[in-house]
Design a protein around this ligand. Structure first.
Ligand code: NAG
Ligand code: NAG
Ligand code: NAG
Length: 611
């Protein structure tokens, strides 16, 4: 377990007094105390969420992230009051992908029936769109009809248009940028809200590539506005080219103005600086993390550029649980929940109830990990799928004796399965997609068996279409490829003296919980809670099960090549590269039902009903 904290960081650590946390969702596990790093306040302060993907009920099975959106509403209320008391400013930011990936959003019909009203309860000052708001036309409609008006003046769509389904008229999804003043210090802020150069959207939106947007007249005008700060929020990784291009364009016009970036999309905690007067923060995923950024120094633009003092930036990745929120507000279970926060928690509980999200398909006998354990291995979710689930669910009665290769991409799984109840909610969490099992009948085995190797080859395969193989794997691994989340790769022998040092109130040797041990460009003191590190093991892009192969051990002549329909383009390309002239017309449905439904059915049949 690598724990990477520097000596100085731990000195500021204090320990929670163990107390029962009230609020969160009924049935959520209690948070576990850990040594904490405090928030550093500045003149201008931010709380940031991103890629929440419907997890607004929090993580009911993970103590570290068990607070819900209502708790965040209470937290923000207290933090705003503290800002008011001290005459400083606090702004809230959300950078998209609020939907898809959790029963609270996905399980209702229509999707998001409860989500829109829950999400809008938080007052957010700057908000933009993620790619997941745009895959389905209906989701983009919901965004335009509900979330944009819910956040009115605060919603920004710098490079995104919406097409009205009735008139066919193309219009900005929301205003292109926003100019406003902060409450207390009257700091002028020009804010933008971008989406990366996404191309997988339904045809009722248009995403304009960032490099084109920054040439537009309105943008060129906006970056010449007289302002104290620029705030660029975006559903964009903080190391992606899109942010670099925006930074360059603004900086070329504004040699000394502070530029703050809030990003997301790659699901990691990360921070960097593009120069000494800019700072960029990414705040993780799934409501595990509430990002904190503060800026101090001379923020008013009245001084001549050369007279500018150095700015001080701080960042903290707050684990989303009540003990941490108590710590950062100095409150306790009695004084922390606000009326509004309690109401929101109650709204969520009611929605979860109406959706029957706690309905248990079965009880998982143990925890299956995606990347915390080696693949193949007995605790690997992918080995479980390959050895137990795929052979059982990939059955078509009329072809059940036909030998087959069954291929699933690892990106089809989005979350670990914890020991205990596997509920309706869990199905959406683990596999939120509508993928089905498709197949090509009677493919020569010599050709079919080579497909998996090509799919698992590194980088961009194959042929003229330049399809990136990595998009079949999990997004977190994409970030690893770009060596962004180096901090999650365990260092052998790394060991901290955290456990041996006496902590603030004389208690020592509190066991560290496993969790984020973030190392970003600023250092290794970003996480608010000091954790024991988590291992990260790479997984292949795809896994494969051999089913109904001859017991003689002789290779079959032909096989049915069965695969999740999501990877059809890659499979066809791989076959073509091996001389197989197959096309989309050759691909048929293999089994009725989505992969997610089939997996839930398998669990219902094979795991005990109750824990
Ligand atoms: C978008 O696609 C749908 C379904 O494929 C089609 O009916 C509709 O006409 C398309 N709309 C536009 C604006 O192209
Ligand atoms: C909380 O809910 C109660 C009951 O529905 C309502 O009367 C009250 O106004 C709500 N308070 C806030 C702050 O939302
Ligand atoms: C079996 O495959 C055939 C041909 O693709 C398909 O029509 C049928 O629906 C499948 N059966 C089941 C039970 O999914």
């Amino acid at each position: 377990m690598g724990l990477k904290v520097t000596g100085g960081a731990i000195a500021a650590a204090t320990l929670h007094v163990l107390r029962l946390a009230a609020a969160a969702q009924p049935g959520a596990v209690q948070p576990v105390p850990g040594p904490m790093r405090d928030l550093v306040w500045g003149k201008l302060n931010f709380l940031h969420t991103t890629d929440t993907h419907g997890w607004h009920a929090g993580h009911l099975q993970e103590s570290q992230y068990s607070a819900d959106w209502g708790d965040y509403v209470s937290f923000a209320e207290h933090m705003r009051k503290r800002a008011d008391d001290n005459g400083v400013d606090l702004l809230l930011v959300d950078t998209g992908d609020r939907v898809e990936g959790n029963g609270l959003y996905d399980a209702s019909s229509p999707k998001g029936k409860y989500y829109y009203d829950i999400f809008r309860q938080q007052h957010i000052d700057i908000i933009c769109t993620g790619n997941h708001e745009l895959y389905q036309a209906a989701t983009a409609d919901g965004e335009h009809l509900r979330t944009v008006p819910n956040f009115k003046d605060n919603y920004i769509a710098s490079n995104l248009d919406y097409i009205d389904p009735r008139t066919g008229e193309r219009m900005p999804m929301a205003q292109r940028y926003r100019k406003f003043q902060t409450k207390h210090q009257k700091l002028d802020i020009v804010a933008f809200g971008f989406l990366f150069d996404f191309t997988g959207n339904a045809n009722n939106t248009v995403v304009q590539p960032v490099r084109q947007t920054i040439k537009e007249t309105w943008f060129q005008h906006a970056i010449r506005e007289k302002t104290d700060l620029f705030v660029v929020i975006g559903h964009v990784g903080v190391r992606m080219q899109e942010f670099q291009d925006i930074f360059r364009a603004i900086r070329d016009q504004n040699p000394a103005t502070p530029i703050l970036f809030f990003g997301g999309h790659v699901h990691i905690r990360d921070a960097t600086a593009y120069d000494s007067r800019s700072f960029a923060l990414a705040s993780g995923r799934y409501l595990e993390t509430i990002g904190w950024m503060s800026v101090d120094g001379d923020l008013k633009s009245t001084e001549a550029p050369q007279a500018k003092t150095a700015l001080r930036f701080n960042r903290r990745y707050i684990d989303n649980n009540l003990l941490g929120m108590y710590h950062h507000t100095g409150l306790d279970s009695k004084t922390f929940p606000t009326e509004h926060g309690r109401n929101v928690s109650a709204m969520i509980a009611k929605a979860r109830d109406a959706l029957d999200l706690d309905y248990a398909f079965g009880c998982s006998p143990k925890t299956y990990w995606m990347t915390r354990t080696p693949y193949p291995g007995e605790d690997s979710i992918y080995s479980w799928l390959e050895e137990e689930v795929l052979p059982d669910i990939a059955v078509n009665e009329s072809r059940k004796d036909k030998p087959r290769l069954v291929i699933a991409n690892t990106g089809a799984i989005r979350f670990d399965i914890f020991k205990g109840a596997f509920t309706r909610d869990t199905t959406y969490i683990v596999s939120p997609f509508l993928s089905v099992l498709a197949y090509i009948p009677d493919v020569p085995y010599a050709m079919a068996k080579k497909v998996i190797r090509l799919l698992n080859g590194a980088g961009q395969i194959m042929g003229p279409e330049l399809m990136d193989n990595r998009f079949m794997a999990i997004p977190e691994q994409l970030a690893i490829h770009e060596s962004i989340i180096h901090h999650q790769v365990p260092e052998s022998g790394a060991h901290s003296d955290a456990q041996q040092k006496p902590l603030a109130d004389g208690q020592d040797r509190i066991p560290l919980t496993e969790g984020y041990t973030t190392r970003d460009d600023i250092g290794s003191d970003g996480d608010d809670t000091i954790h024991a590190g988590i291992n990260f093991y790479m997984v292949p892009n795809c896994i494969q099960a051999e089913v109904a192969f001859p017991s003689s051990g002789d290779p079959p002549e032909t096989v049915d090549l069965v695969f999740l329909d999501f990877i059809t383009p890659w499979v066809l390309m791989a076959l073509r590269l091996n001389g197989g002239d197959y096309h989309r017309d050759d691909v048929q449905l293999y089994v009725e039902g989505t992969f997610t439904e089939l997996m839930a059915g398998w669990i219902e049949k094979n795991w005990p009903r109750r824990c």
